[in-house]
Design a protein around this ligand. Structure first.
Ligand SMILES: [Zn+2]
Length: 166
């Protein structure tokens, strides 16, 4: 789905959809196969007429299958995105904002260049990737108790303590 991002925002338009998780190929690159969930998403444009500033609000949610990095079993993790992105019209404007940000004076939200052929689902996918945890884990691993984590190693402090006693 392609929009003219600035026109979309200034007209206050919105788009929504439901897509299978495996439709988002870049999101799934780092995930196990067999992604059978669905992601619901919505992109709402808005603008401030006097200043000409424009934004896209991105909301998305749905489960992804991930591998628990503690017990190595797959589980379903709910992802939720709720973010606002500012639009600028040119790369030069974006570079100017980045320069301000480097000085700690940038805007608090991310900005991007509002292309005339702007890929809405690509934006949703970018935001999903941002909230995907680097090392997902069960809150409580099934199978309980014994966690087959790396073999127990004495902590370096325990080792030092023993040296002290010798
Ligand atoms: Zn686990």
């Amino acid at each position: 789905m392609v929009i003219d991002a600035i026109g979309f925002a200034r007209a206050g338009q919105a788009l929504d959809g439901v897509a299978r998780t495996d439709h988002f190929a870049r999101l799934c690159e780092a995930l196990p196969e067999s992604q059978d969930g669905e992601i619901r998403w919505r992109v709402q444009g808005r603008a401030d007429a006097p200043t000409g500033r424009a934004w896209l609000d991105v909301d998305a949610q749905g489960p992804v299958r991930v591998i628990c990095q503690r017990c190595l079993e797959p589980f379903s993790l709910p992802l939720r995105v709720s973010s606002t992105l500012g639009l600028v019209e040119t790369q030069a404007q974006l570079d100017a904002l980045d320069a301000l940000e480097a000085e700690g004076q940038g805007p608090e939200i991310e900005h991007l260049v509002a292309e005339q052929r702007f890929d809405v689902e690509g934006l949703v996918e970018d935001e999903l990737i941002l909230v995907l945890p680097y090392a997902p884990r069960h809150d409580v691993c099934p199978g309980g108790g014994d966690e087959p984590e790396s073999p127990r190693r004495p902590s370096p402090f325990a080792v030092l303590e023993r040296f002290g006693k010798d």
